[in-house]
Each structure stands twice: as C-alpha cells, then as structure tokens.
Design a protein around this ligand. Structure first.
Ligand SMILES: [Ca+2]
Ligand SMILES: [Ca+2]
Length: 356
C-alpha cells in the first residue's frame, strides 16, 4: 500500500508551488501553506485522472448510460436575453466562499458578501464538437491531445507516470467523444473560444452565484447529498481505474457507479441542474474562470474580477475524479497554472445579457 499522503504530496507539487508564488507576489508569508497544501492535494489529484481508454472492464466515458440524455445536449430554451445555449443567471447579493473548517475549503474562507450583475452562462460545458467549430474558423488553436501541468515539486517518475496514464483522457481526437467536454486546453484557449462566441470566461463570483443559486441550497441542485444521478464524480469505476493505473486510492464520492470512469457527455446528469438550469457545474470537468487566484478578504465586493497580475487562474466545480462531497460545495475553489492543459479542466462561457 502506497502511503497516500506521500503520493498526494508528490502529485501536487505544482499547485503548492503556484500558491507559494502567489503568496510571494503579495509580499505575504505562507502561513496557510500547510493547510492550503493539504487542501490542494485531493483536488490537485482531481485535475488529472481516469482515462477511459484504459478501462475496458469499467464503464467508460464512451459508454452511453442513457442514450437520450447522453447523445444529444439538451436543447436550451432561450432564457430571456441570452444567446442560444445560454441561460440567464439573475444578479443579486450573496455570501461568497465558506467559513467551513474543512481543509478542502481552506481557500474559500472567509465567507464574504458579494453582489453580481445578471449574466448569461452556457448551460453546458463546451464540447469537443463546439470547440472544433472555433478551430475550423481559425479563431482557436486545437485542443491538446496530451495532459500537461507544471512538474512543480513532484518527482520526475511520478509526474511522468501521471501524465502518461492521464493523456488518453484528453477528449480531442476521439470521434466517440464529440459530445464530451473539451479538456486539455489552456486558460488562454478557453478565453479565445469564448471571445469567438462573443463572450468571455465567467468570473469566479458569477460562477459561484450561478452554482449556488439564491435560496440557500447546499449544492447546486438542492440539499440532497451528491449521488450518481446528479454529478459525474469519482465513483466505483473511477476508483477501479485509478487502482488499475497505480494511482493513489482516495475513495469515492458515492459508493455507486454514475456510469463514467472519466468524462461523460455534457448534460448527462439533469438532476444536478442548478436553479438557473445549468448542468454539470459540479463534476465532469473543472471549469476555468476569468479570475486569477487571490486570497479572499472579509470586505463586501461588487462584481469582483480578481487581481491584474499572476500566473494562476481559479478553476471551479471539481471533476469526474473528485472523491468527496466537499468538492461539490459551490464555494470550493482551486488554483491552476494558466498554461496547464489537463484532462480534468474544461470551461463554459459567460455573455452580457442583451439589454434590448
Ligand atoms: Ca464518474
Ligand atoms: Ca463542471
């Protein structure tokens, strides 16, 4: 049995490093680093995991669970002043972040009041097929077909192993995954796609408010604990895939099979819809936001946009390999080097509502 803490620490060096750099940039110490590093471990690992190509006997991302839901993204009813495929998230005030003592939410502290303007957001994560239209138009660079993130403090052997086993999870180039979220794209690639569509990446605040809704629910869909019908998270097949690929076994978010060891076609978990009707906000792939990572303060903020300098961007929502329900908390946030392109990160876009 490999010591999971050792493996975690090695696997997450890059993220720990990036957090350390951020702290240095701000001229502050790293008093929170042990806790932050501890929190980074599970979700850092969660950004690089299962490759369906490696799971002949586990259900894979290409195994349609419910063909009607999986083969075709749900048609989006135009919701007010939003582009096709996007829904309106009403603006409002809320408490962003969390005061939870759970180490996974260390970076979400403290809860602080934020006000956001109305915004339109894509109902689904951007798919491989959608991204290809931008590539075809000459506005986007192709998604990567290998997974990469900074080595950081991870030892060479572990880093190389992780990249090797995870790269087949990059969805571009797999014709049977056109309806899966595009992954293995950098922050700049995600932003370029959104600009091509007339939008931009959502801010952290917009993303969180969209995920959390306005009624005090615990999870994006309500108060029910995560289950296989609400989110693509690390389930039994994900756990098996990890064991088969000699990766640390962190356990599962739910002791069942949600149908996919890796990514799933977007919109496969309609019971996980948010108040505004957004799908897969939690799970499937993490989502790039526009904001650079920074430590929260207690003061009220209106339409926060994060700092102007820095190399780490905030990713949100957890992924198919997230193994604790805390990752489904709308407050959960994580930082990632903006030049990384991993199997665990995709995106959706935001648009200004049409005022007419
Ligand atoms: Ca799963
Ligand atoms: Ca997601």
């Amino acid at each position: 049995m490999i010591d999971p803490h050792l493996r975690l620490a090695r696997a997450t060096g890059a993220l720990v490093l990036s957090l350390g750099l951020l702290a240095c940039d701000k001229g502050e110490g790293t008093k929170d680093e042990p806790e932050s590093a501890e929190a980074a471990k599970p979700d850092a690992e969660a950004t690089k995991t299962p490759a369906d190509a490696k799971t002949p006997d586990a259900k894979t991302p290409t195994d349609a669970k419910t063909p009607d839901a999986k083969t075709e993204p749900a048609k989006t009813e135009p919701a007010g002043p939003c582009p096709e495929g996007a829904a309106l998230v009403e603006g409002g005030k809320f408490f962003m972040g969390s005061d939870s003592e759970d180490p996974i939410l260390a970076r979400a502290r403290p809860a602080h009041q934020v006000e956001v303007d109305p915004v339109c957001m894509d109902v689904h994560e951007i798919t491989v097929a959608e991204y290809k239209t931008c590539v075809g138009a000459g506005d986007c660079q192709p998604a990567f077909r290998e997974s990469w993130w900074p080595q950081g403090k991870t030892d060479e052997q572990t880093w190389m192993h992780d990249k090797t086993v995870h790269s087949p999870m990059c969805n571009d180039g797999h014709t049977d995954r056109l309806n899966h979220p595009v992954n293995c794209v950098t922050w700049a690639q995600a932003q370029a796609y959104c600009e091509h569509k007339g939008g931009r990446l959502p801010t952290e605040a917009e993303w969180e408010y969209a995920a959390r809704g306005s009624d005090g629910r615990v999870y994006p869909w309500g108060d029910e604990v995560p289950d296989p019908e609400r989110a693509n998270a690390c389930d039994l097949s994900c756990q098996k895939w990890r064991n088969d690929n000699e990766l640390p076994d962190y356990g599962v978010m739910f002791d069942a099979d949600d149908g996919y060891a890796g990514t799933a076609p977007v919109g496969s978990y309609p019971k996980g819809r948010t108040q505004a009707g957004l799908e897969d906000m939690v799970g499937n792939v993490f989502e790039w936001t526009s904001d650079r990572y920074y430590e929260y303060g207690k003061e009220f903020q209106k339409n926060p946009h994060g700092p102007q300098e820095g190399d780490a961007r905030v990713i949100r929502g957890g992924a198919f390999n997230s193994f604790k329900s805390t990752f489904a908390d709308p407050a959960f946030r994580h930082s990632m080097d903006e030049t990384a392109y991993t199997h665990g990160i995709g995106f959706r876009c935001a648009y200004e509502p049409d005022a007419s």
